[in-house]
Ligand binder design. Structure first.
Ligand SMILES: [Zn+2]
Ligand SMILES: [Zn+2]
Length: 271
């Protein structure tokens, strides 16, 4: 397969085998990125997170030093060929400030991937973002992300529209909650990510019509209206996904809505 005019030159959302549901080492992804002519590659595997370890398949805490080592080795070995960033994708929960601050001392950035929210109807219970079904769930998700944006730990928001995975009816409440999140991102210059992995999952027939579960067109139409910062990420779980036809479909999706996609991010001024 050939891509004569590659659209993507930087990818900041990349997994590897230590999360236990991706394949390839850091070096495998870096070598692929060099072959593709990328300018930079951000490794952002799923962070170890004690309170989520029984809920999701992710990096074990004991593997984190190895992950850092692999990133450091690749950063040095390939420094003439590509800029490699070391990072993690992680959820935000307000009581873990110390953990985010600790990670940021060692890493170039954190990417916010909010795969769980607190279930306000069931104290101490979490709810998967793939299973949000009520207005209250959406309200909690948006509140969580707005608080996260204010903390300034995160360089960008992965798949912000994942909250709509199970929401078929994009009613006025959903519109306003989406807009509240988008306006906050705009105000704080926080990039929102169009996630290619959603496109890889394909179209699904729903009561709202044939659609990607994410990216969700109605959400990104509001993004177009307000024009916050937008990036596209591969969310690669295998090296060959760093640049695949779905990446080009994501650029086509953005272009069809008139969304301008930012290419390179600067991580020098995150906290
Ligand atoms: Zn993953
Ligand atoms: Zn991811």
């Amino acid at each position: 397969m050939s891509f004569p005019h590659k659209l993507m030159k930087n990818n900041y959302h990349t997994h590897m085998y230590l999360c236990r549901h991706a394949v390839g080492s850091v070096e495998d992804y870096v070598e692929k990125a060099i072959e593709l002519g990328f300018t930079s590659l951000g490794m952002s595997d799923h962070a170890p997170f004690e309170s989520l370890k029984d809920r999701s398949i992710r990096m074990h805490q004991s593997d984190y030093p190895l992950y850092l080592d692999m990133c450091h080795q690749a950063i040095h070995k390939y420094q003439k060929d590509i800029k490699v960033y070391k990072a993690l994708e992680i959820e935000y929960f307000g009581e873990h400030d110390v953990m985010y601050q600790r990670y940021l001392k060692e890493l170039d950035y954190l990417a916010l991937g909010q795969h769980y929210i607190k279930d306000v109807t069931q104290p101490n219970q979490l709810r998967s973002t793939y299973r949000l079904t009520t207005h209250e769930h959406i309200h909690t998700y948006v509140n969580t992300l707005i608080e996260a944006i204010d903390k300034r730990y995160f360089a960008f928001i992965c798949h912000p529209d994942l909250m709509l995975f199970n929401i078929d009816e994009f009613d006025d409440f959903i519109y306003h909650e989406s807009e509240r999140l988008i306006l906050k991102a705009k105000e704080c210059r926080m990039p929102l990510e169009i996630n290619v992995n959603g496109i890889r999952k394909g179209m699904r027939m729903t009561p709202a019509g044939n659609r990607y579960l994410y990216p969700r067109k109605e959400f990104w139409e509001i993004v177009k209206k307000h024009e916050p910062r937008v990036i596209i990420s591969s969310d690669a779980h295998e090296p060959s996904s760093l640049y695949d036809p779905e990446v080009e479909m994501a650029y086509a999706f953005a272009a069809s809505l008139g969304i301008v996609v930012e290419e390179a991010l600067d991580f020098s001024n995150t906290v």
